[in-house]
Design a protein around this ligand. Structure first.
Ligand SMILES: Cc1cc2nc3c(=O)[nH]c(=O)nc-3n(C[C@H](O)[C@H](O)[C@H](O)COP(=O)(O)OP(=O)(O)OC[C@H]3O[C@@H](n4cnc5c(N)ncnc54)[C@H](O)[C@@H]3O)c2cc1C
Length: 421
């Protein structure tokens, strides 16, 4: 039986323990975060739940067993992510930020780099350590891969002897504050080694320990949603690290970034499913219990029943695309990116639409401040915009694959992963 969507016993346990964790530690936070006026204080309000997440093992789940982690598969992690995101998004997103920051090392680092940089995180039982993917320059992110130098990433790593000297200004560096505003435990910095060379020759990813002199957390942005996630601006001024902190070599930066964003793409698909589920559950409950001056609960009206049917179909479709994307990443060792990118695009845009569809089922009652839709909509709106925006980056990635003469449109469907995309 080649295609099988049934969950293993272990996966059911992961699902149940994530749902239990979310009910106990995330549910109380969900409403509280938005009541806190200051963005930094909102982030600090998540600290205890993040610690509990570390106690529960989730913060080490994605680190390979060989390096001290729990070695969850992508499908396992997606199953857990859906349960967490259904209840609250800030704490899981902080974990996603650390996962994204470590992906370049996990996926394409050498054995020595993995041992050097992952061991602290594998041993971190209190959730003290945060990693950060410093990709987005203050001046932009979408054109990180252009070959039309000097356009492109403006964060530059200059070689001086046996060191890289890094200068640049990043922002939206999730977790870049650490828990104390002094910086993350580790950054993976997307930069170029030569301002006059395009991405194919010069784009690179360099690991920078957070205590390296020259790193400055400049400000912490407040946002429409995800207010308990720390997204600061971080400056790198003459930051020196050994040359062997580079992952791969100059010119590998595009592939490394793409692989890291495919990992998050699959998991964001799962988070979107969690948010859609929450919106659906609220709308279904309303429809089954509210008559709105009529003689029968509004679910009896075809208008409402059909809308709920459409929402439910969309949720199921999004979940199975996500699981397939995660399965593809598991089966290909992270190299099969097409379905992961599609899951990110499809589920993120569907999540925004679905929350609004659910609001239409509920009607005007959905629009008051303490109804859950306020938070769900504000949180959902970032899904298409972040983690490589769907317009500036994600669709371009798929477009580029399709332009390639060896593009195989049935590769994912047939599970022909090979060694490339
Ligand atoms: C909550 C949150 C967390 C984040 N976490 C991180 C993080 O941990 N690390 C990090 O580095 N970044 C992070 N980001 C930033 C995020 O990844 C952005 O999606 C990414 O940096 C690109 O931004 P952008 O797509 O808006 O591109 P921009 O470069 O700002 O482009 C803006 C817009 O211009 C258009 N555009 C530009 N160039 C093109 C093009 N070539 N083709 C088509 N359209 C184009 C598109 O419409 C695009 O949306 C985060 C953002 C948020 C809100």
């Amino acid at each position: 039986m080649a295609i099988d969507f049934s969950l293993s016993e272990t996966q059911r346990e992961i699902q149940a323990s994530a749902a239990d964790f979310a009910a106990r530690f995330l549910a109380p936070l969900a409403a509280k975060i938005d009541q806190i006026p200051d963005a930094w204080e909102s982030f600090l309000a998540t600290r205890e739940a993040y610690r509990e997440m570390a106690h529960a093992g989730f913060t080490r789940a994605f680190i390979p067993e060989a390096y001290g982690g729990l070695g969850f598969s992508m499908v396992d992690f997606a199953i857990a992510s859906e349960e967490l995101a259904r209840v609250e998004l800030n704490v899981p997103t902080t974990l996603l930020g650390t996962g994204l920051g470590l992906q370049p090392i996990i996926q394409l680092g050498t054995h020595e780099q993995k041992e050097r940089f992952l061991s602290d995180f594998a041993a971190d039982e209190e959730g003290d350590l945060l990693a950060s993917f410093a990709f987005t320059d203050v001046a932009g992110g979408a054109n990180y891969d252009t070959n039309l130098a000097p356009a492109g990433i403006q964060t530059i790593a200059r070689r001086e002897g046996d060191q890289w000297v890094i200068n640049g200004q990043k922002h939206y560096t999730t977790n870049g504050t650490g828990w104390d505003k002094k910086g993350a435990h580790l950054y993976t910095v997307v930069c170029r080694t030569d301002k006059n060379k395009g991405a194919d020759e010069s784009l690179a990813v360099i690991v920078v320990p957070g205590n390296t002199p020259g790193i400055e957390v400049v400000s912490v942005y407040d946002k429409i949603g995800h207010r308990g996630v720390a997204t600061p601006a971080v400056n790198f001024t003459d930051v020196c690290v050994p040359i062997d902190n580079m992952i791969g070599q100059a010119g590998d930066g595009k592939a490394i970034t793409s692989r890291a964003f495919s990992w998050t793409g699959g998991l964001i698909g799962a988070a979107c499913v969690g948010v859609m589920r929450a919106a659906f559950e609220h709308a279904l409950e309303f429809a089954r219990t509210e008559k709105r001056l009529g003689a029968v609960p509004v679910i009896e009206y075809q208008n409402v029943g059909f809308m709920l049917t459409d929402i439910k179909m969309n949720i199921e479709a999004a979940r199975y695309l996500t699981w397939k994307a995660c399965h593809d990443l598991d089966a290909s060792g992270g190299s099969s990116e097409e379905t992961a990118i599609m899951a990110k695009i499809y589920c993120s845009e569907l999540a925004v639409k679905t929350v609004y569809d659910a609001m239409q089922v509920v009607g005007v009652e959905s629009y008051i401040k303490d109804a859950p839709f306020d938070r769900l909509m504000r949180d959902a709106m970032v899904f298409p915009l972040y983690d490589g925006g769907n317009r500036g980056i994600r669709r371009r990635q798929i477009h580029e694959m399709m332009k390639s003469p060896d593009y195989d449109s049935m590769r994912a469907a047939h599970g022909r992963y090979g060694s490339g995309k």
